[in-house]
Write a protein that binds this ligand. Structure first.
Ligand SMILES: [Zn+2]
Length: 315
């Protein structure tokens, strides 16, 4: 069957209006094409291509192992409660938010509960993160860290205010996001309590012998030896003969704007999800939103039902 317009090369730009105009059949067709090569279903249990289809219902039955399945079985959309078209619309809204998108706003746009949208968005983030798995960075990599969360609200009266710099007054929820950005390549993030804790992750995910650029932070002293490490002292200059962490700073700029302008707060529990999402957006920012839609839809369809996000709420 001919590919649906949404998935063709012509659909470089994607409008939400185009998604909302899809008929139920077209949405079903689009889901099939995102999930299976050429839209031809194969059994999620045994992989057999011999499959019965039904005229009246949108389900399939495997001729080999007799198991029944739907287009969403085994994906993050399994046992779905919304219309297939609404899921496609959710993906479109999600990719269109350059600095992330408020889940409350999406819930209002699609007329579903906030909880439903919260879980769906986190499932999409998880699927996007699967695109970053097993990546090994090479070449020149910029490394930097920034702190998020753990803010303590000041009391109203001056006499009751505390010195928030003191350790005993801190919540312990503050975390460092450490980013590794390969120049002309991909972005990886990790969440740690202190920047120095990120060194094992860097060692595991950056090819030995690569060139790394980092700032003067003492945590990065450990990178010398294993890597060709160069340091830039930010109190002297931002860039010195090509040594800089500007790409890493640009990632933090996006993550910070997402925190302040869209989500208002990142809890330590979900910080890794938001950091992964922003890394994905940074890496795909030059792609047309139609391509981004395709990419996220395919990742979501290929991603198995999450163990973390079962049903409407967390396990
Ligand atoms: Zn089967």
């Amino acid at each position: 069957m001919a590919q649906h317009f949404l998935l063709t090369a012509k659909a470089r730009t994607l409008s939400l209006a185009a998604v909302m105009r899809l008929t139920d059949d077209e949405a079903f067709q689009t889901f099939k094409e995102c999930r299976w090569e050429g839209g031809e279903p194969n059994c999620p249990k045994c992989g057999s291509l011999a499959v019965y289809t039904y005229a009246a219902r949108r389900i399939f039955k495997c001729k080999a192992c007799c198991s029944q399945f739907s287009v969403t079985s085994g994906t993050i959309f399994a046992s779905h409660k919304l219309a297939l078209r609404d899921y496609l619309a959710a993906i479109a809204l999600f990719v269109n938010g350059a600095k992330g998108v408020s889940m409350l706003q999406m819930a209002r746009d699609l007329n579903v509960q906030y909880k439903t949208m919260f879980v769906l968005c986190h499932k999409m983030r998880e699927a996007m993160a699967s695109d970053q798995m097993d990546l090994k960075l090479t070449g020149t990599i910029e490394i930097d860290g920034a702190h998020f969360g753990g803010t303590i609200r000041q009391e109203n009266k001056v006499s009751e205010r505390i010195d928030r710099r003191l350790k005993r007054h801190q919540s312990g929820k503050r975390r460092a996001v450490v980013v590794m950005r390969e120049r002309g390549g991909r972005t990886l993030t990790t969440i740690v309590k202190h920047e120095a804790d990120a060194v094992p992750f860097i060692v595991a995910n950056v090819q030995a012998g690569s060139t790394v650029h980092a700032d003067e932070g003492a945590a990065w002293d450990a990178l010398h030896g294993r890597f060709d490490a160069h340091r830039i002292n930010h109190s002297v200059a931002f860039s010195d003969e090509g040594v800089c962490t500007n790409q890493a700073e640009s990632f933090f700029s996006r993550l910070r704007r997402s925190e302040l302008g869209v989500h208002h707060h990142f809890s330590a529990q979900y910080l890794h999800q938001y950091a992964n999402e922003m890394a994905w957006r940074e890496d795909h920012r030059r792609k047309a939103n139609g391509e981004q839609f395709n990419c996220v839809a395919k990742l979501a369809m290929a991603h198995p039902v999450s163990r973390n996000w079962k049903g409407y709420w967390q396990r």
